[in-house]
Design a binder for this molecule. Structure first.
Ligand code: F6R
Length: 263
């Protein structure tokens, strides 16, 4: 893991966008993994800025969502396909027909998960995956206790995650769906490159467990320790509980040329 600590989320968005631009410079039809939630929004804004100034094009890109709520009406603004359209696709030049997600209204949820997993394999896998992390250490909707080898599957959201996400549903936890379809930890580990962004003090425990804790289903983000191309992008508050902060800063300050160190 390469741990990058910067003062503001805008600084982190620039680091992320540079890494994404580098992937698209090499491979204009690269497959991008997109996350919802608040954390990646500055990254999408920065990608949008670069598309508008002409330094990045996603016209040939394909994008795959991490997850989708089960049971929300097709036109619900918080259904993740609508979130991703609004916050990412509409503000870049990606073809809307090249953005894919799980179908949270499918009648056979297990079959839908298998179809989605195969769709990712079918395009050759995800080249670069954007991730956030939940306060309980989840990545995508892989709550504590989820197998670190899991593939796309139906998930039950914990009360903590539903409380956290109530802010998108008028603050009413009862409006937050109880189930989602999510890429598994194993699906995420197949991505060639991973950018995880976390900001704010409410992520500090999860970040410590993910980076310095044991690899454990108690913090599914800790599985990223087993991947050799991960950048963890943190503001000071999210990094505050890391024991080896000085070490990470030293490595970053003295990194060799090249955006990906294979860490
Ligand atoms: C989003 C997702 C979640 C979020 C996590 C953090 O697609 O799968 O794992 O990344 O819950 O959410 P925010 O960024 O809103 O704090």
């Amino acid at each position: 893991m390469e741990i990058i600590i910067k003062p503001t989320e805008q600084d982190l968005a620039v680091v992320a966008a540079e890494a994404i631009c580098e992937v698209y410079a090499d491979k204009p039809n690269a497959v991008l993994g997109v996350a919802t939630g608040s954390s990646p929004l500055p990254i999408y804004q920065e990608l949008s800025r670069r598309v508008k100034e002409g330094s990045l094009s996603l016209r040939r890109a394909q994008a795959f969502q991490l997850d989708e709520y089960v049971g929300l009406p097709q036109d619900h603004p918080e259904a993740y396909h609508n979130f991703i359209r609004r916050e990412f696709a509409d503000i870049t030049d990606i073809d809307h027909n090249s953005v894919y997600g799980e179908d949270g209204l499918a009648t056979d949820l297990l079959a839908e998960c298998q179809r989605y997993e195969q769709a990712i394999v079918g395009v050759g896998g995800i080249d670069i995956q954007i991730l956030g992390i939940g306060a309980d250490g989840h990545i995508a909707f892989n709550e504590p206790g989820t197998s670190l080898k899991s593939l796309t599957h139906p998930a039950v959201l914990t009360a903590q995650t539903r409380r956290d996400n109530a802010r998108f549903f008028d603050g009413d936890i009862d409006k937050v769906p109880r189930h989602a379809l999510t890429q598994g930890v194993g699906t995420i580990l197949r991505a060639r490159k991973i950018l995880l962004i976390a900001t704010g003090s409410n992520k500090a425990d999860a970040v410590r467990d993910m980076v310095e804790g044991p690899v454990s289903i108690s913090c599914t983000g800790s599985a990223l320790q087993l991947h050799n191309n991960v950048k963890v992008l943190l503001d000071e508050a999210a990094a505050a509980k890391l024991e080896r902060q000085d070490f990470y800063r030293e490595i970053y300050a003295n990194r060799p040329q090249g955006a990906w160190l294979g860490l």
